[in-house]
Design a protein around this ligand. Structure first.
Ligand code: IDP
Ligand code: MG
Length: 225
């Protein structure tokens, strides 16, 4: 088995938890627990044979592939649902928040000011409906207009979560939106999808057909080679 480790290069055909020992890599003196560069289950880090491969064998092969996360990630364009919550709108933070995503280089594909219903808020946060704070969360989200946004880009879901910062603004790093602009979890100014799947689900929930724009920013060649 071909194994290349070091300089951030690993073989993806190894099971996530497999142990690399002296027998698999003779030059290793000790056992190494195989770890992906990030402890994520993300689809970004799984190997998919190219769909354009010419033969069935080539398409279904399990032969080891060099695992370069930045190259794998470069193939995946995701969508995320970002929402300025009612406190962000009331405090005049809409422009500041949009600006951070624009400056980063993501593509805005949907944008609207919107008063959401209780039903929509409950559906959006359905995974939290057993939490004690759920009723207050629904009151908060429906207490005034929100700004709904759909953003698109390579790695946009994970990157947006970094730009947003931790759920508790006091734990959020300075430089993040919550770290810079908020002080309490119950008033943390912004929502961002937590997975590519939820990005799609939430965009479909908050936007109607025809409200999203498919366009090519002129700056595209200046953002990605
Ligand atoms: P996230 O917004 O960082 O993804 P989640 O755990 O998904 O955080 O929670 C959704 C939202 O619910 C939070 O952004 C916050 O507004 C609210 N929330 C979460 N935990 C608490 C809490 O302990 N008290 C009050 N509100 C909370
Ligand atoms: Mg969440």
């Amino acid at each position: 088995m071909e194994v290349v480790c070091g300089s951030g290069v690993c073989v993806s055909s190894l099971p996530r938890s497999s142990t690399i020992t002296r027998s698999t890599v003779p030059q290793f003196r000790v056992s190494y627990q195989y770890l992906t560069p990030f402890p994520s289950q993300s689809h970004l880090f799984s190997y998919h044979p190219p769909p354009y491969a010419k033969t069935l064998r080539a398409r279904t092969t399990t032969k080891p592939a060099i695992f370069l996360p930045h190259l794998v990630a470069s193939l995946q364009v995701d969508q995320t649902y970002i929402m300025v919550k009612p406190d962000g709108v009331q405090r005049g933070l809409v422009g500041e928040i949009i600006s951070r995503f624009e400056k980063k280089g993501f593509k805005l594909t949907g944008l609207k000011l919107f008063q959401c219903s209780k039903e929509l808020a409950e559906e959006h946060y359905k995974d939290l409906n057993q939490k004690s704070f759920f009723p207050k969360l629904i009151d908060y989200i429906t207490s005034g207009p929100v700004v709904c946004m759909a953003w698109e880009g390579v790695g946009v879901v994970a990157s947006a979560r970094k730009l947003i910062g931790a759920t508790d603004p006091l734990q959020a790093e300075p430089g993040t939106i919550r770290g810079d602009l908020a002080v309490q979890t119950g008033r943390n100014v912004i929502h961002g999808s937590d997975s590519p799947e939820n990005g799609k689900r939430e965009i479909a929930l908050w936007f109607k057909e025809g409200e999203l724009c498919d366009w090519t920013p002129v700056q595209a060649p200046w953002l990605r080679e």
